[in-house]
Design a protein around this ligand. Structure first.
Ligand SMILES: Nc1nc2c(ncn2[C@@H]2O[C@H](COP(=O)(O)OP(=O)(O)OP(=O)(O)O)[C@@H](O)[C@H]2O)c(=O)[nH]1
Ligand SMILES: [Mg+2]
Ligand SMILES: [Zn+2]
Ligand SMILES: [Zn+2]
Length: 590
């Protein structure tokens, strides 16, 4: 039987993640601000890249290792297509990223180029191999391959890197340059030359960059079964020495067999190749640990940056107050990271927090709820989100979480859900997005039975009358309990907004007025504020709309002229702000 706690857990952990992500964004943003003020352009730029990664939930899972070990082949086997070039000579010469896109395409990012040209998939080899682009002389930063494959959904960037340790030194350099951006790594070695000196040195370097490292021992098809155990043992022991982190899990497999089996839809062959076992581990990681691992990895990146900036050499360029700010940030970062690590069983591989002592630990949720994690005050600026919308979004979310658990546990709740005909159309689908199939089944079965029984007792009459009669059996905004919860919360929020501007300075009233969306401007007006407040509210709204429209127009112009390479994110996102303003947030709709 499903217990209450397991029912509510997914929603809870999603919310924990969103909260933890917000805190991470705050830390990085504060760091960026200090570095910006100190004129550290390069570090400022790195912070921006982190914020972009956070905004996109971009998780870089990179495949690394010595040349020719079968990195590209392994990726092909996982996606089930012979897509990345593979071969006998050292081959991959540029970072190649597979990521989700509704249509197959290759986009090239090049140094010093604003435009990102698209090329056909068939021409990929001309850009990412030694033959087509020796030593990456074409200056590619990345070939981005977009594919409609579900494995790549939810922000996963699956990255092929050039092999290290070959005579092509540029290839080694390219991969090392990429390492700081990696969130987790798959290290590929192979049975015919396991753990060379170059590989050992590489592994030692790599250890400093990521907490999550998968080790694949490829090409098991080259060994007779009898030899296998011996070679694998050798690799395992070697790894344990190099990584000095206790038992190491290795994944022996044959990428070649796996791809052939997958293309031939040969289930037994695929199992035999060893790939399925590896994929099971990988998927478990991606679904259970990835989110937290991602935030920890970003914090690790921020920490490295911060350490660099406060290191003795850099200190000279900073004001004492800036050093102080950075130190304070360092503490906030450490607290947040330690909380994330404790909250996540899956990250057991990570080092313990440096202070060593571990007493009873607060749960992540508690840690996040206490504002201790992030001592810096949020900058009093405009977030672009209407505060009433934000509160209402939270209200519906809480409502759905409660609804889902009561539908599972309480017959009374199921009955009343059926009596009131369920949720309105908008909320039905919002509920579906967060509810488990079990909660939906438990809740909707009685509703359907109830409706079926009513239909069986339809009155005699003309069809037009029947339509009206049927209306009475359908949920509407008037009967929907989520709509009702929203309505109540809205009244309360409007009251708070009005209390907030009562007696406030003019500038403050304007700032608060600008934050509201139009539907909530209306809601505030309907509560009949003083005439001066009403006037200011309308003025502020008109001004905001003009500003956004201006951004949209100039975005349209640039887009037409350039197609991409926009550098003003305000303009780029103006269309989203326009919709938010005109309609409010999606989750606050009723
Ligand atoms: N026998 C055998 N050969 C394999 C297997 N996987 C890859 N190979 C071969 O190993 C060679 C190198 O494979 P790639 O996938 O290009 O290796 P890579 O690590 O991407 O190489 P670089 O891009 O040069 O770093 C190719 O000839 C592959 O066919 C395997 O499981 N078994
Ligand atoms: Mg390769
Ligand atoms: Zn709103
Ligand atoms: Zn509703």
């Amino acid at each position: 039987m499903t217990t209450l706690s397991s029912m509510t857990e997914p929603a809870q952990s999603l919310r924990d993640y969103v909260l933890a992500k917000q805190r991470t964004v705050e830390v990085v943003r504060a760091l960026q601000q200090v570095l910006q003020e100190a004129g550290r352009t390069e570090s400022d730029e790195q912070c921006r890249a982190m914020l972009v990664d956070l905004a996109e939930d971009r998780f870089n899972l990179a495949v690394v290792g010595q040349f020719k070990r079968g990195k590209s082949s392994l990726m092909n086997a996982i996606i089930g297509r012979d897509l990345l070039p593979t071969g006998l000579l050292p081959l991959t010469s540029a970072i190649t990223t597979l990521r989700y896109g509704p249509q197959e395409k290759v986009v090239l990012r090049r140094e010093g180029w604003v435009l990102e040209p698209e090329v056909p998939l068939a021409e990929l080899a001309d850009y990412v191999t030694e033959r087509g682009n020796p030593g990456n002389e074409k200056g590619l930063i990345e070939a981005r391959v977009e594919l409609p494959i579900s494995f790549l959904r939810r922000g996963l960037h699956f990255v092929d890197t050039p092999g290290i340790g070959s005579s092509h030194l540029e290839n080694t350099a390219t991969t090392y340059e990429f390492l700081p951006k990696a969130d987790a790594l798959i290290f590929v070695t192979s049975v015919e030359a396991p753990l060379s000196e170059a590989e050992e040195a590489f592994l030692r370097d790599v250890r400093g960059y990521v907490r999550r490292l998968f080790v694949v021992v490829n090409k098991t098809d080259l060994l007779a079964t009898a030899e296998r155990a011996e070679v694998l043992n050798y690799v395992r022991e070697g790894l344990e020495q190099v990584l000095a982190a206790g038992p190491v899990r290795i994944h022996p497999l044959s990428a070649r067999q796996a791809l052939a089996a997958r293309l031939a839809q040969d289930e037994a062959g695929l199992r035999e190749s060893g790939l399925l076992d590896f994929e099971t581990d990988l998927s478990a990681f991606l679904s259970d640990e990835k989110e937290q691992a991602f935030l920890v990895a970003v914090l690790d990146r921020a920490d490295r940056l911060l350490q660099n900036e406060t290191g003795s050499a850099a200190r000279g360029g900073l004001l004492a107050s800036q050093v102080g700010q950075l130190e304070e940030l360092g503490q906030a970062l450490e607290t947040l990271r330690a909380g994330l690590l404790r909250g996540d069983k899956g990250l057991a591989h990570a080092e313990p927090p440096s202070n060593g002592a571990v007493g009873p630990q607060p749960k992540l949720a508690e840690l996040l709820a206490s504002k201790k994690v992030m001592p810096l005050a949020r900058k009093a600026g405009e977030t672009g989100v209407c505060p009433i919308c934000e509160a209402l979004g939270q209200t519906v979310f809480d409502f759905f979480v409660r609804l889902q658990s009561t539908l599972v546990t309480s017959a009374e709740a199921r009955r009343s859900f059926a009596d009131t005909h369920g949720l309105c159309c908008v909320h039905t689908w919002q509920f579906q997005q967060i509810a488990s199939p079990q909660a939906v089944s438990d809740g909707y079965a009685p509703l359907l039975e109830h409706t079926a029984a009513a239909l069986g007792q339809a009155p005699e009459g003309a069809s037009a009358d029947l339509a009206a009669w049927l209306d009475g059996l359908l949920a509407s905004r008037d009967t929907c309990p989520a709509c009702a919860a929203l309505h109540e919360a809205e009244t309360e929020q409007v009251g708070r907004w009005l209390a907030g501007v009562a007696g406030a300075a003019e500038r403050d009233v304007t700032r608060r007025a600008r934050a509201l969306c139009l539907p909530h401007t209306r809601a505030v007006l309907a509560a009949q504020p003083e005439a001066a407040v009403a006037r200011r509210l309308l003025e502020a709204q008109a001004q905001r709309l003009e500003e956004i429209a201006e951004d949209m127009r100039s975005y349209g112009l640039k887009r037409a002229a350039l197609r991409s390479g926009l550098n003003n994110t305000d303009e780029e996102r103006a269309w989203v702000r326009a919709m938010l303003r005109m309609a409010g947030q999606r989750t606050a709709c009723s």
